[in-house]
Design a protein around this ligand. Sequence first.
Ligand SMILES: C[S@@+](CC[C@H](N)C(=O)[O-])C[C@H]1O[C@@H](n2cnc3c(N)ncnc32)[C@H](O)[C@@H]1O
Length: 470
Amino acid sequence: MDGLPIAFQLKGRGVLVVGGGTTALRKLRLLVKTSAEITVIASTPDSDLISYAAETGLTLIKRQFSASDLSNKVMVISATGNPSLDNSVSEAAKGRNIPINVPDRPDLCTFHIPSIVDRDPVVIAISTSGNAPVLARHIRERIEKLLPKNIGKLAKFAREFRSAVKSMIPSAQDRLNLWESVLAGPIAQKVLSGKITMAREDMVKLVNQIPEKADHGIVHIVGVGPGDPDLLTLKAFRLMQTADVIVYDRLISTEILDLARRDADRIFVGKSKGYHHKTQDEINQILATKARAGKRVIRLKGGDPFLFGRGGEEMKHLHQCDIPVEIVPGITAATGCAASLGIPLTHRGIAAGVTFITGHGFNGAPNIDWTGLSRSDNTIVIYMGLSRAREIAEKLMTNGMRSNMPVAVIENGTRTDERTIVGVLEELPQLISEHDLSGPSLLIIGKTVNEMTSPISHDLLSDLPQAIAV
Ligand SMILES: C[S@@+](CC[C@H](N)C(=O)[O-])C[C@H]1O[C@@H](n2cnc3c(N)ncnc32)[C@H](O)[C@@H]1O
């Protein structure tokens, strides 16, 4: 991140705009929403700009820019459309360390003006650091649609009660819990639907009833899907915004972690095959200890917590400790990877079912009915199967599965570095050993692999000497 988004306080401070055309006018329309003291310098301003200055009361000076115009200014925008004049304004501003923006000239800027969602006092800035202003506008339009119209009223409502809440509730944690429940609950809903008087009455009651003791904590065991942050559920996303503590492991992508509340404590409890940073008991202890301290703990799990995720073990332990726990399902790697590749896991007339198995059992090899599996028409999805791929392929073939059954291996499915290898069952171990797969990988075995519809652009597919036999 080269630029840090900040909210610059402009109330009563001098801002200079140089230029008298439509670009300058567009910037002025934004600036007048602040309480800055705005001066415009333009030798021949457009008539629209002249009327706008008269209408809004900003100072318009009709003459050439001079460096002395910068005195007492805290920000400058040069939108003259004249490259050499913009250049001189930029140099003069930079020489005095005054932030300068020149529309469409990133080389002359020391700051960019983000795309803005304005629900004053709630303001959201979207910046692409000058790389793609149109993309910023698209993102803004999506946020505009998502955000309740009255969100600014909610912020004003919170400000109205802030000092009362502070004086009534001494503990910072209790205050945080109160605001979390107010903003996510019926009081906020009333404000958002315009029933402010009712919301005020409820709020007064709530503040007067608040128990002295801090609330007990809670653990949310949250599935976040296979890696693509767009596959998060809304519930997972919302909980990640309110967490006090985030406990995560190596399957959680950085893009997903970046969406979590910034000031939450983050605890890495990564495990990788054969090497345990933290044992399951230690993880259980961390979850319980943090929740007992009154924290809202989010235990992030790759995929779905109840599919090969040990979510059940963590839930059981927390129940035994009498700690409230909630499970939030996620998109499991099988469905995420299948969707990404366009492989239907069931398909009428081809696969009547799907079986999820793990390549790792509780104590070594998994206890699996290989005969039933080899002879059924089910698609088989194998989690954690890479290191046992040879054994798995042999078991399936000796129990009756045809050796040219299509297989797909997907590494880092749904992530930007997703890779796919396709082939047939008998060559599965060789395919895996030929490619250096280090990320989480899934095996899909069955006739539906042939139904793969997505255009595969992954490098590995074209490397294959033998593509799948359709
Ligand atoms: C401990 S299991 C967790 C499974 C997870 N709970 C789920 O529902 O997807 C880890 C295994 O899931 C599979 N896996 C998880 N994410 C994956 C991804 N993005 N691409 C391919 N396989 C993945 C791999 O087989 C990996 O070894």
